[in-house]
Design a protein around this ligand. Structure first.
Ligand SMILES: Cc1ncc(C[n+]2csc(CCOP(=O)(O)OP(=O)(O)O)c2C)c(N)n1
Ligand SMILES: [Mg+2]
Length: 585
């Protein structure tokens, strides 16, 4: 836990002889080692709120006040991505849960552990205050998020709450990981309970160790890979450990396999390694994959879609090894499970468990002679995302950076990733507005680590979620936002362009209902309004370097800083050679 995080200090409460239901719940959260609770307050959980402040002294867990429930959840999401640890979120009755629901969906799709607490009631109607307790009581409140949480429960007593919290924590942290939701009846929180019912021994209810694949399936996969002419690894959802990273590199090298990584998932393999076949992309280059005869998918987000992109309607001309435990989580409501890929060998386990076993079992393949790509020196003529990337790369050479988010117009060739924390991947569920919260959550996880957290975010993404900034300034979580501000929900301009072309209608109208101008929004002022440093708008190429340089200096000195970079609209989908020497450490 970050040591010098600001904590709002309560005056000490007198010793309590009489305890309340929510005190027991708070004690359980501490026993479960939940480090933080991101929250926006609400009367439905005023009992628990009091217990965190006056019974626990606002530590272990410590509250993190957020201005919107969507950012509370996104902060917990970013924290889990960067630290691998689960934290808590508290959401007010039905309305707070509704506000937080999109971010819960993002966390679900991203397979991130999270303990979400909610509240309702009193369920006993005779005990409700007029009006407000009635509108904030919902039957089966968990149903709001049941389709994208692993488990939910509404315990009716303190012992039941103990068990529910332990189960929720255990399930959230069992692979495939995800959010769980515990709904706490206001009456249970506010009931007098006398002494604290003894807490269970939580160490006996931990998440299980990773499940190993059978020796037989490892043998079959190793046999396929060892005898392949042209094997490939699609590396998707894997963990942040350096050891696992090295094992992946060793496996690829032993097999001389082509490696693909995905811009939707966190850094998984050094992108400047000669075996890394193409810059991380949302859709990998199908042409390269088509030449491969054995493909191992390491919890790749969309194996079936990727194979389809390579082979189209023709039969898939490669043997497929599927390494993923994800199907344990597949449900009917959303289709985040993607298409059903063929699996000639199916290792139903986490990839990081399988890689060392495969490494031991495969035979080394001879190294092919790889073509060399010469980096082109391209000159920037205007402020574009590519220019922003180039300047940022130059200014951060030799620095440890964690990219917590990238804008939609980012081309995976713009920057190399060489460490598991160099990049944390996208938002999981494609819900715009997550970027600021994810960045603040990563800043919480990495505070004091020496690694600078940087969110390069679209203006649409920033504007939807920007009040997460205040949580960063209040708790002193240094981080940098570079807003790639094209003053548009530009992704959708591209869609309108496609539709207009298809229908023979004027493409010139694609901006209507998309552009965020007249007036332009002063993004730097929005940052300053929340106690952050705001720089920009940066409109000239000549000002880009000095602005980003100043921003980095500010963040290194402990500030939250936002640079409004007015980039030209337009996505760069060209195949670039990756920026070799420029960003090499
Ligand atoms: C919550 C939500 N609302 C709307 C969308 C549809 N959508 C996808 S991309 C996008 C534009 C995002 O704008 P910005 O972050 O500025 O990136 P740009 O498209 O300009 O590159 C929108 C509105 C979405 N994915 N999520
Ligand atoms: Mg935009």
């Amino acid at each position: 836990m970050a040591s010098d995080l600001l904590r709002d200090l309560p005056v000490p409460a007198p010793e309590q002889r009489e305890l309340w239901g929510s005190d027991a719940i708070a004690a359980m959260l501490r026993a479960l080692d939940v480090p933080y609770l991101a929250l926006n307050p609400g009367a439905s959980y005023r009992g628990l709120h009091d217990s965190i402040v006056n019974y626990l002294g606002n530590e272990r867990p410590q509250m993190l006040l957020c201005l919107h429930e969507e950012s509370a959840v996104a902060i917990a999401h970013g924290y889990a991505k960067a630290s691998g640890r689960m934290m808590g979120v508290v959401l007010h009755s039905n309305v707070g849960l509704m506000h937080g629901s999109m971010a819960i969906f993002n966390a679900w799709c991203d397979r991130v552990p999270m303990l979400i607490l909610g509240a309702t009631g009193p369920w006993d109607a005779a005990r409700r205050r007029p009006w407000i307790d009635w509108i904030h009581t919902a039957s089966d409140q968990g149903a709001l998020v049941r389709d994208y949480t692993k488990w939910d429960n509404q315990p009716a007593s303190v012992p039941a709450a103990y068990e529910a919290l332990m189960r929720a924590a255990q399930m959230a942290q069992t692979a495939p990981r995800g959010p769980t939701y515990i709904n706490l009846d206001a009456a249970l929180q506010e009931a007098k309970i006398g002494v604290l019912p003894s807490l269970p021994e939580v160490s006996r209810y931990k998440a299980p160790p990773a499940v190993l694949p059978s020796q037989q399936s490892v043998k079959e996969a190793a046999q396929l890979l060892s005898t392949a002419k042209n094997p490939a690894l699609l590396i998707g959802r894997v963990n942040r450990s350096e050891e696992a990273w090295k094992a992946r590199v060793a496996l690829a090298e032993k097999l001389q396999a082509k490696v693909f990584t995905d811009i939707k998932t966190p850094a998984a393999f050094p992108t400047d390694h000669p075996l890394h076949a193409a810059p991380p992309a949302t859709f990998p280059d199908g042409r390269i994959l088509r030449d491969c005869d054995v493909i191992a998918s390491l919890d790749w987000v969309d194996t079936a879609g990727t194979l389809k992109a390579a082979w189209g309607e023709t039969p898939i001309g490669a043997k497929i090894i599927r390494i993923s435990a994800d199907a344990h989580l597949h449900r009917g409501w959303s289709s985040d499970y993607q298409g059903l890929p063929p699996s000639d060998v199916y290792l139903m386990c986490e990839p990081d468990v399988a890689v060392p076993l495969l490494l031991d079992s495969v035979r080394a393949r001879p190294a092919p002679v790889l073509p060399k790509t010469e980096p082109r020196q391209e000159k920037d003529e205007a402020v574009t995302i590519r220019a922003l990337a180039r300047v940022f790369n130059e200014l951060t050479q030799g620095m440890d950076v964690c990219l917590s988010k990238l804008p939609l117009g980012w081309n995976g060739a713009y920057r190399h990733f060489r460490h598991p924390l160099d990049y944390l991947g996208a938002d999981g569920g494609g819900g715009v507005g997550a970027g600021p919260g994810l960045t603040v959550g990563a800043a919480l996880a990495l505070k004091g680590s020496g690694r600078m957290v940087v969110g390069i975010v679209g203006d649409g993404d920033f504007l939807m979620g920007n009040t997460a900034l205040w949580t960063a300034t209040h708790y002193r979580l240094p981080c940098l936002f570079l807003v790639a501000n094209n003053r548009s929900f530009y992704n959708d301009e591209l869609h309108q362009e496609r539709v207009a072309k298809e229908r023979g209608r004027p493409v010139e109208n694609k901006w209507i209902g998309q552009r965020i101008d007249e007036p332009d929004i002063d993004i730097a002022m929005m940052a300053r309004a929340q106690g952050a440093i705001g720089i920009g708008p940066v409109k000239k190429l000549d000002d880009l370097r000095s602005s980003i340089e100043e921003a980095i200096r500010q963040v290194k000195a402990g500030a939250v800083c936002v640079v409004d970079v007015r980039v030209m609209p337009g996505y760069d989908t060209a195949a670039h050679p990756t920026p070799a020497a420029a960003s090499r450490r």
